[in-house]
Design a protein around this ligand. Structure first.
Ligand code: HEC
Length: 152
């Protein structure tokens, strides 16, 4: 019993201490000159879907849920947000070169088709990001059109 209480005690201490490890949750400012939706003048319905399903990890407009303030969950969330933005960040789209843009458009269409994005773990916490078939097709067509017209 004593050992058990000791474990609980230390667990609580460690849990309390790790809350003080700072995590940067500030979003970098978005420059409209390079912001994807501004550059392409994206229709509102498409923009809304991107905001709901992709922006938390792929734009400098992350909205952190309450549980993102509790370590160690916060570390895992921050890790995914950083990783997602490293791959693709719609907020700095205009800074990408042509090859990277084409590549990203291809991968975006693919990720929607094979249901790899939004990440399944994210959908579990954000049911509104669970895109319907029709919503996926709307997004796929939008990105495919940009590819077809080579307007990137
Ligand atoms: C919870 C965070 C999160 C959300 C939400 C999210 N992504 Fe991702 N995305 C990632 C991460 C992390 C990666 C890096 C690769 C990996 O771990 O699979 C990634 C990678 C990608 C890539 C790069 C290529 C690839 O497939 O690996 C594309 C394209 C992409 N995401 C598109 C999207 C689109 C489109 C949406 C919305 C429909 C979306 N993502 C929503 C986290 C996210």
């Amino acid at each position: 019993m004593k050992t058990f209480l000791n474990i609980i005690y230390w667990f609580l201490i460690v849990f309390a201490v790790i809350q003080f490890i700072p995590i940067d949750r500030t979003n970098k400012p978005v420059d409209p000159k390079v912001d994807f939706v501004k550059v392409y003048n994206t229709p509102k319905n498409v923009e809304q879907l991107l905001r709901t399903a992709c922006y938390d990890c792929h734009a400098n407009e992350t909205i952190y849920p309450k549980y993102a303030y509790v370590a160690p969950i916060s570390w895992s969330i921050k890790h995914h947000v950083n990783k997602g933005k490293n791959y693709l960040n719609f907020s700095v789209w205009g800074n990408y070169n042509r090859d990277l843009k084409k590549n990203m458009l291809d991968m975006t269409v693919n990720s929607l088709k094979v249901y790899s994005m939004p990440m399944p773990g994210y959908i579990a916490q954000h049911p509104e990001a669970n895109l319907s078939k029709a919503e996926r097709i709307l997004l796929e067509n939008y990105f495919e059109d940009i590819l077809k017209t080579e307007n990137y």
